[in-house]
Design a protein around this ligand. Structure first.
Ligand code: MV4
Length: 685
């Protein structure tokens, strides 16, 4: 799966010791207390190391990929996480019942739950993570800050003590200098933060911050900090073993985020100097040592544009964005976790670790950027991810747990996949990121793929002007007005919908099928992004003539199979993909995903024709079923016959209460456009 450069810089003595202890100590079976891509990620490394895996799953996940990837699986409850993935008792029972030696918690869920870490130990299982005491020590912001201060880890100027009287805190704020930031001591992820610009505003902001803190965390203590404008979020990956070794695997820049949700992560951080990298790395190692850390951890800093940096918090788990670190260091951090948890020393020492190239990760979410990033659910009706296997050296990596047909449900995080790319430098990594985003095809839930492509091509991002406000500041560029539907997109759609195959032996496919009434001539309408469009298609000797938005184009169809369409447009060859879901056609062309809704004229057949007593075929087709007999009296809306056209079945229904006088066609008959299908007499009202 990874190991870009297995064994790089490893000293032979370490390797030997590792192999000996590895043979004795490594786990035979682990349980993965998680779901989704991280459960699959852990299972992949376990399999590579010959370790058996046990999956746990909720009722909603019985058919999921992580269950399929593990050797055994145990149902732990209904879909809601509170009743399954957060049930310590059931997970421990599953581990006991399957003879598991160790439990990997992944990220989220129970990964930073000290009670869970302690329960593993009590039950004689290894928690693949830090000791419960380290989780606890980093759990409270103010307590962690006090510890960090003693360990010489730089802190933002501020007050994080026990005293909480409003007057005292205001004096502290006045001394720090405005603007200041109030944070809930028990908080995290930006909840309960208040910026205070002036001393006069302090009391009201404090009261509001305390209210939110007590409501969210049951603890109204706050801390006061100097507020940094436009900071960068730079985090350091650290790793410690049980023998007292602790290393840093350099930094990740995670500044590009939206409402405290990371969107892009990269390593190394653009603009980082060797001196600062070492200073931040050593500060992070000091932070880890201060809490007797073991395993994978991340020390989060905020950095000023001038490079000064301050400790924010420590995440005591493997993070979502760990792959960027893996790609630049040639490591498998899950392997490191397993070795460390099994009591082995770290596979590499600080002086062996090097940065190779540049890596960027994008999180592909089922969400709608145009609707305020509202999560979107539903089945993945069509799913094509970039072919990572085609990149033999780990240039493109996809960490995902979904397959076509799987559903994104409202029960869990709507992340579809992580796309991680590597390049010799940032520009090359960015080019690969763009190429890979353009290759993605997702039909079903709305996704952020197009938004991500705009984001990575925004000049501020390509020029690495990173800070936590980037997305908000470039809102106009990131949400441009919708573009007109390109002629190529329309041509691909028509090729799929309305261009019969001139070489096929199926008579229905032959253009003659369409030309019973003379020349093929069709006028079609579609909606795209709430706008209506019209296009006219004629069959000519030299191909199909398409008239769209006062442009005439000659098209020839080259090949259509399942979803792939290629055609020639004015002699220029193009190819794309068209996925039909009912009357919606998803057209993918050059990284654009447009949804063309076709207003099916058959859907309204007969509606306006009842007066004359004629029911005619609005397009050529074939009769597939007659549902009434001649002479039948029917109610309005009674289905009369089914006709196939455009490879879809359409039901023709009675336009009014009345009598079917005559049926003009039998099952199997071809009918031309405009043909009268039956005679119908509406009942006089
Ligand atoms: C800050 C800050 C500016 N000054 N502290 C947000 C979540 C929490 N982990 C810390 N956060 C911040 N703390 C001071 N003194 C700005 C942020 C912040 C932020 C930090 C990291 C990543 C994204 C962020 C987005 C907005 C604000």
């Amino acid at each position: 799966m990874m190991s870009r450069h297995p064994g790089v810089g490893r000293d032979p003595a370490t390797l030997k010791k590792k192999e000996i202890t590895g043979a004795v100590c490594m786990f035979k079976k682990i349980l993965i207390a998680n779901r989704g891509e991280i459960a699959c990620r852990v299972a992949a490394t376990a399999r590579r190391l010959g370790i058996r895996t046990v999956a746990v799953y909720s009722q909603a996940d019985a058919q999921s990929q992580h269950v399929a990837m593990c050797d055994e699986s145990v149902l732990i409850g209904p879909a809601p996480a509170k009743e399954s993935y957060l049930r310590i008792d059931r997970i421990i029972a599953a581990a006991r019942d399957t003879g598991t030696e160790a439990i990997h918690p992944g990220y989220g869920f129970l990964s930073e739950n000290e009670e869970f870490a302690a329960a593993c130990e009590t039950n004689g299982m290894v928690f693949i993570g830090p000791p419960a005491s380290a989780i606890r020590a980093m759990g409270s912001k103010s307590a962690a800050k006090a510890l960090m201060e003693q360990a010489n880890v730089p802190l933002v100027p501020g007050y994080h003590g026990e005293r909480q009287e409003a007057d005292f805190l205001r004096e502290q704020a006045d001394a720090i200098g405005y603007p200041v930031l109030l944070k809930a001591s028990a908080g995290g992820g930006g909840k309960g933060m208040r910026i205070v610009e002036r001393s006069e505003d302090f009391a009201a902001a404090l009261a509001s911050c305390q209210r939110e803190a007590i409501n969210s965390f049951g603890d109204d203590r706050v801390l006061v900090e100097k507020y940094l404008q436009r900071p960068r979020h730079i985090e350091i990956q650290v790793f410690a073993d049980t023998q007292g070794n602790c290393v840093y695997l350099f930094e990740r820049d995670c500044s590009v985020q939206r409402r405290h949700q990371k969107v892009l992560e990269e390593a190394p951080a653009p603009g980082m100097t060797e001196e600062r990298r070492q200073a931040m790395g050593e500060a992070a190692v000091n932070a880890a040592r201060a809490v007797d850390y073991v395993g994978a951890g991340t020390v989060e800093f905020i950095a000023n544009q001038d490079g000064s940096f301050y400790f924010m918090e420590m995440n005591t788990r493997l993070q979502v964005e760990h792959p960027v670190t893996e790609l630049i260091t040639g490591t498998d951090l899950v392997e490191w976790q397993l070795r460390v948890a099994a009591g082995e020393p770290l596979p590499m020492q600080q002086q062996d670790l090097r940065i190779d190239g540049h890596a960027i990760e994008a999180r592909i979410y089922a969400e709608n950027p145009e609707k305020g990033f509202l999560p979107s659910t539903g089945s993945l009706l069509h799913l094509r991810l970039p072919d990572a296997v085609a990149f033999a050296h780990g240039e493109v990596r996809i960490d995902a747990a979904v397959r076509q047909g799987d559903a994104i449900t409202p029960h869990y995080d709507p992340m579809i996949a992580k796309l991680i790319v590597h390049g010799d430098d940032r520009a090359q990594a960015l080019a690969r990121m763009r190429q890979s985003l353009q290759a993605m095809e997702i039909v079903g839930p709305a996704t952020n793929v197009a938004f991500l492509e705009r984001l990575i091509t925004t000049p501020a991002f390509t020029d690495a002007e990173l800070d936590t406000g980037l997305i908000e500041r470039h809102h106009a560029l990131l949400f441009p007005p919708t573009e007109p539907v390109p002629v190529e997109t329309v041509a691909l759609w028509l090729a799929k919908l309305a261009m019969p195959d001139t070489t096929s032996h199926d008579p229905w496919d032959s253009p003659q099928g369409w030309r019973l009434n003379g020349n093929y001539h069709r006028q079609l309408r579609f909606d795209c992004d709430d706008q209506a469009f019209e296009v006219v298609l004629d069959y000519r000797r030299d191909g199909w003539r398409m008239a769209y938005q006062s442009q005439e184009t000659i098209l020839t169809r080259i090949a259509i199979d399942q979803t792939s369409v290629s055609l020639s447009i004015e002699g220029r060859r193009i190819s794309g993909r068209v996925v039909r879901v009912d009357d919606r056609f998803h057209v993918f062309w050059q990284g654009q995903h447009r949804i063309l809704s076709w207003s099916d004229p058959m859907a309204h057949a007969g509606e306006h024709e009842s007066e004359g007593g004629r029911l005619t075929a609005p397009m050529p087709g074939k009769i597939v079923q007659l549902m009434v007999a001649e002479g039948a009296s029917v109610e309005k809306g009674t289905p009369l016959l089914i006709m196939e056209a455009m490879k879809m079945e359409h039901t023709i229904s009675a336009p009014a209460k009345g009598k079917v006088e005559a049926l003009n066609y039998a099952v199997g008959d071809q009918v031309a456009e405009g043909a009268q299908l039956l005679s119908f007499t509406p009942e006089a009202s």
